[in-house]
Ligand binder design. Structure first.
Ligand code: FNR
Length: 342
């Protein structure tokens, strides 16, 4: 199967399988503050995540690139939406463009459309230092995402079966590229063990890519009618993954992702310890069903709602959200209790 067919399949099946809202965010509840002492006009959404200064905590996460005209257009529109909403954006895996220069334009268009924005390059953990540098140069990236997707690979008959050496390669890349390296999952979640290994190896940015939104086991099974269905329920729900990752080290900068759809999901993610929040499947669906203008409106609405929720909670900055009271119920409570994480 050609790489370009695979990219298009991922988009089609991601739209078809949708997002199931199994992230665990429903288990996180805020405590109403009747005397918040806050003022909507004083709320600031600007934030810093490590070395990156963001105008709001919202990222458009890695989705696509390569694969011809259709993915070119999707990336172009996502980049326009990122520019108009002053959001950071990650491109999809650039391996395609490193192997075939004709594929470069669908990544380069992201920088063309969003010349002053924060843009993240993206490769898998099989990448070499030379490939990482080339991916960064292709789009003058401000940071590099390296995705980990073991369960997705195992679900694909032609997928990788050898995961040796991934951490060593990531460390080598992060020591040579000179910009932040964000290690991310793709919907199965990063847990405390992996986060601790990453932290002790010098990695400082993690995108949890938790379970409960886009489900790549389901997407890969649908593409081939194969029945590795056990992987469809496999993963660390996003809410638990944020708290697990942060428990490995408070010094890790954490991007929440996996099934994030609403302003309330984002505020809960930030209150649970994340520094920013990234959305993929939900924004893709909005773009494909309603177009670029609606996507821009939706992101702007989410930003407005973030400020309203922050006002209700009595905070004026994104950083202050980390200390608002949060009650954890249900499965997320039991998950964290059994894992010995407060
Ligand atoms: C993705 N995702 C992804 N991630 C990555 O690191 N490199 C990639 O090339 C892709 N490609 C891709 C294609 C499509 C169509 C989708 C929907 C997603 C994964 C994405 O960045 C994210 O981690 C997961 O989709 C979980 O987040 P959501 O979709 O539940 O918000």
């Amino acid at each position: 199967m050609s790489r370009s067919k695979r990219k298009w399949d991922h988009i089609q099946y991601a739209l078809q399988t949708g997002q199931k809202r199994l992230t665990g965010f429903d288990d996180l509840k805020f405590v109403n503050q009747s005397l918040p002492g806050s003022k909507l006009d004083s709320v600031k959404l600007e934030t810093e995540i490590g070395e990156l200064s963001l105008s709001s905590p919202i990222f458009i996460n890695a989705m696509t690139g390569g694969g011809g005209e259709r993915t070119y257009r999707i990336n172009r529109e996502l980049a326009i939406a990122a520019r108009e909403t002053r959001s950071a954006i990650a491109v999809g895996s650039q391996m395609a463009a490193l192997k075939d220069p004709d594929e470069r334009r669908s990544y380069e268009v992201v920088r063309e459309m969003h010349p002053h924005g924060i843009i993240l390059a993206n490769l898998g953990s099989e990448a070499t230092v030379v490939q990482a540098r080339a991916a960064i140069d292709m789009i003058q990236a401000d940071a590099l995402q390296i995705h980990l997707n073991v369960v997705q690979e195992l679900t694909m008959p032609e997928g990788d079966r050898d995961f040796e050496g991934a951490l060593a390669r990531i460390v080598e890349i992060q020591q040579s590229v000179g910009i932040p390296v964000v290690v991310k999952e793709v919907g199965f979640g990063i847990g405390a063990e992996a986060a601790a290994l990453l932290y002790s190896s010098g990695i400082r940015y993690v995108d949890v890519g938790g379970y409960g939104g886009t489900n790549f086991a389901e997407i890969e099974n649908k593409r081939r009618n194969r029945l590795l269905t056990f992987f469809e329920d496999w993963g660390i729900p996003t809410a638990a993954s944020i708290i697990e990752t942060k428990s490995a080290s408070q010094e890790l900068s954490v991007i929440a992702s996996g099934g994030i759809q609403t302003s309330l999901d984002i505020v809960k993610a930030l209150a649970a310890g994340a520094d920013a929040a990234a959305m993929a499947g939900y924004l893709l669906k909005t773009l494909m069903e309603n177009g670029t203008e609606e996507l821009i409106k939706e992101i702007n609405l989410v930003k407005k709602e973030l400020a309203i929720i922050m006002t209700a909670l009595g905070v004026h900055t994104i950083g202050e959200l980390k200390s608002v009271p949060l009650v954890i119920a249900g499965e997320t409570y039991h998950w964290l209790e059994q894992r010995g994480i407060d």
